[in-house]
Design a protein around this ligand. Structure first.
Ligand SMILES: Nc1ncnc2c1ncn2[C@@H]1O[C@H](COP(=O)(O)OP(=O)(O)O)[C@@H](O)[C@H]1O
Ligand SMILES: [Mg+2]
Length: 301
């Protein structure tokens, strides 16, 4: 594809300094984009040398180092002239408070207690619980606690997040994740593309709370292709309809579901920098490239 001057459009795939050449799965997008006539290149979001206005489109991909500086990241998103998904989506989606909006719109979401930095919180008497921050990715700062035995560790985790000025989320551990896993449904250019199963991520308390933090950008994920059930498709699509913006205008969207006896529930909606898992689904990288091409065609029309 070329513009009226015969120029191939140029697209930046925004990434982080730890992955300057993109995650291996996102590297699969490069040949697919090239085959569509698009020059795509990786660029680090906080590299001051990059001229973002020079690109016909900037696509968020592996910008996975923003959770501890979300304000800076959202401000950067607002400063990029042509960003997908756009900055208003990034602002809404980088804080899991959006789950409240979805619940208010009637979408089934994981039951959540929100603990602000100044709030008093005492752990439930029993059961298995997850503690995590409202701004996080890749299971960082996330832990699982069996109460009452790990009561003090759960309290320490919440206190640790509060001390860092972070909003904590406390959720029941949805046990089906241990066997059935998590289901992520991918939508590209407004249409369903593919789905994957993600294995359980939490074996116990947050290593940082135990004082054994090994560091690293993300916990390793076990991903396999999955055909979603009709109920999963229905909840994912109800979620997209409930967004406070037009989902058909999103370049990509991922809805992550857990299974309960009452049906699928939303754990997370990823509209910012989701892993797309294109390597698990034949044609997915090409569908992504086609969606980018359609976006560029609309822009240059
Ligand atoms: N309530 C929960 N029940 C079971 N597993 C959970 C729960 N919350 C989080 N997890 C596990 O932790 C992982 C990370 O949590 P998630 O809410 O998806 O945050 P993020 O992916 O943004 O770090 C999930 O993929 C899942 O394996
Ligand atoms: Mg997740």
């Amino acid at each position: 594809m070329t513009d009226p001057l015969g120029r191939r459009p140029s697209v930046a795939l925004a990434t982080c300094g730890e992955l300057p050449d993109l995650d291996p799965d996102d590297r699969l997008l490069l040949p697919a984009l090239a085959a569509t006539g698009i020059d795509a290149t990786a660029a680090v979001w906080d590299d001051p040398a990059v001229d973002w206005a020079a690109f016909d489109l900037v696509v968020l991909r592996n910008t996975w180092d923003y959770p501890l500086r979300r304000d800076e990241f959202v401000a950067w998103a607002r400063s990029v002239p042509r960003l997908a998904n756009p900055a208003e989506v990034v602002a809404w989606n980088t804080d899991k408070r959006y789950l409240r909006d979805l619940a208010a719109a009637g979408v089934p979401v994981v039951p959540t207690t929100w603990v602000e930095p100044g709030d008093a919180w005492s752990p439930p008497a029993e059961g298995e619980w997850v503690v995590k921050p409202a701004v996080s990715i890749g299971s960082r700062d996330t832990g699982r606690y069996a109460l009452p035995a790990q009561r003090d560790l759960a309290a320490a985790h919440v206190a640790r997040l509060q001390a860092a000025g972070r909003l904590a989320m406390v959720q029941p551990y949805i046990r089906s994740v241990d066997s059935y896993g998590e289901t992520a449904l991918l939508y590209l250019g407004g249409a369903y593309s593919h789905a994957i199963r993600k294995g359980p991520m939490l074996s116990g308390p947050d290593p940082a709370v135990l004082g054994t933090d090994g560091g690293g950008l993300y916990v390793e994920e076990r991903i396999t292709a999955r055909t979603p059930t009709d109920a999963e498709r229905a909840v994912a699509e109800a979620t997209l309809r409930a967004l406070p913006f037009d989902a058909s205008g999103l370049l990509y969207a991922r809805v992550d579901l857990l299974d309960t006896p009452d049906g699928p529930i939303v754990i997370e909606v990823e509209l910012t920098e989701p892993s797309l898992f294109v390597g698990t689904a034949p044609g997915a990288a090409e569908r992504f490239a086609a969606a980018v091409a359609r976006r560029l065609a609309v822009r240059s029309a």
